[in-house]
Design a protein around this ligand. Structure first.
Ligand code: ADP
Ligand code: MG
Length: 353
């Protein structure tokens, strides 16, 4: 009998690999926004149409790419962000797997325009089915514009898995919100079907939260800030009155990366304990910073889950930080009163404060 094993052609292998990284338009949104951040952009525009099924475009003013890099960027395992396995544990960039652009190019029609500040001309490249179909010099602004058109045009079965435009747009706004929340110093805009839905001037974390989650948070945020050698926690929790009946505005960022963690969520809810009803959910935007060597982010293809070297320390610290913040907020009036009595007492004893 003849041998039966064959190596898959590159474009098929890329399509299969893309299944992990690009499940829907919102996955491409996340990857392209993260690339813009890694490129040092201070201005990032996201444009989508037809819920991202027809177009997801990200325009940034970051460092751009050389002609060779532009072409290389679509190869699988092509990355400028790590060189060896140890780099994984000192990672400071959002990306490192070198898979996003290869995946996008395997399942959509992609147009890339990019120019570095030092180059006179930029590069324009189109890719389809993992094959470069055009490459030419072009005039371009400094930075990069990537358009992903007709997602899953060549994988109809996957296209059928996409949900209604309303649902896919919600996922896009969620991803946009998570990235924009973590980088309040960067300008972001989101344009959906020609209408600008978000226009986020750079500002403080608090301003960004209000821009993204709504004005009603303006007077309802309690600042959290606790530092120790091992880990820092900062950000805001919503006052108990902002608790929701459905799991709503809950954001953890570890080293500026949005993550999901039921375990840490428990740390926060338990800190609220009897301040909110049992069946409601606290609102929070919390940033946890620690040495990248203390976490493993390479445990999930979209990096939404991470592993902590010592999860319990982080849990205890987050819980304590939130408790402390809430205590300061809720006992503030009585604390002032105690101070007042204390100062009166001093006046009586020493005649002055
Ligand atoms: P990763 O981000 O994991 O390195 P990607 O496939 O997302 O992998 O991107 C491959 C490479 O292309 C990046 O490492 C980077 O060098 C380059 N690149 C991608 N997007 C941009 C961008 N917007 N600006 C500048 N360089 C980019
Ligand atoms: Mg990337």
């Amino acid at each position: 009998m003849a041998d039966i094993i064959q190596l898959l052609p590159d474009n098929i292998a890329n399509q299969i690999a893309a299944g992990e990284v690009i499940q829907r338009p919102a996955s491409a949104v996340k990857e392209l926004l993260e690339n813009a951040i890694d490129a040092g952009a201070t201005n990032i525009q996201l444009i989508v149409s037809d819920a991202g099924k027809a177009l997801v475009q990200v325009i940034d003013n970051g460092k751009g790419m050389s002609e060779t890099d532009a072409r290389m960027s679509f190869e699988r395992h092509a990355t400028s962000k790590i060189r060896n396995i140890d780099d994984l544990f000192s990672i400071k960039t959002m990306g490192f797997r070198g898979e996003a652009l290869a995946s996008v190019a395997a399942v959509a029609q992609v147009e890339l325009k990019t120019r570095r500040a030092e180059d006179e001309l930029g590069t324009f490249i189109t890719v389809e089915n993992s094959v470069v179909t055009k490459q030419e010099p072009c005039a371009a602004n400094t930075g990069t514009s990537i358009s992903m058109k007709n997602l899953f045009f060549n994988v109809p079965a996957r296209r059928n898995f996409l949900k209604t435009n309303a649902v896919e747009t919600r996922h896009i706004i969620d991803e946009f919100t998570r990235v924009a929340m973590a980088y309040p110093q960067i300008f972001f805009s989101l344009t959906i079907n020609g209408l600008e839905q978000f226009h986020l001037e750079s500002g403080s974390i608090k301003q960004r939260i209000v821009q993204l989650l709504g004005n009603n948070y303006n007077t309802k945020l309690v600042s959290v800030k606790e530092e120790m050698d091992y880990v820092n926690v900062y950000g805001f929790v919503g006052k108990p009155e902002t608790a929701k009946k459905t799991r709503g505005d809950q954001y953890f960022f570890v080293n500026n990366r949005f993550i999901k963690s039921a375990y840490l969520n428990h740390a926060v809810s338990s800190a609220f304990s009897d301040m909110i009803a049992k069946d409601s959910f606290a609102s929070y935007v919390l940033f946890i910073d620690l040495d990248p060597a203390q976490i493993d982010i390479n445990v999930h293809p979209t990096k939404q889950e991470i592993k902590f070297e010592d999860e319990r320390i982080v849990y205890a610290f987050v819980q304590a930080a939130v408790k402390h913040a809430l205590a300061q907020f809720s006992i503030a009036p009585s604390l002032d009163f105690t101070l007042y009595l204390w100062s009166q007492c001093k006046i009586e004893r020493w005649g002055t404060v």
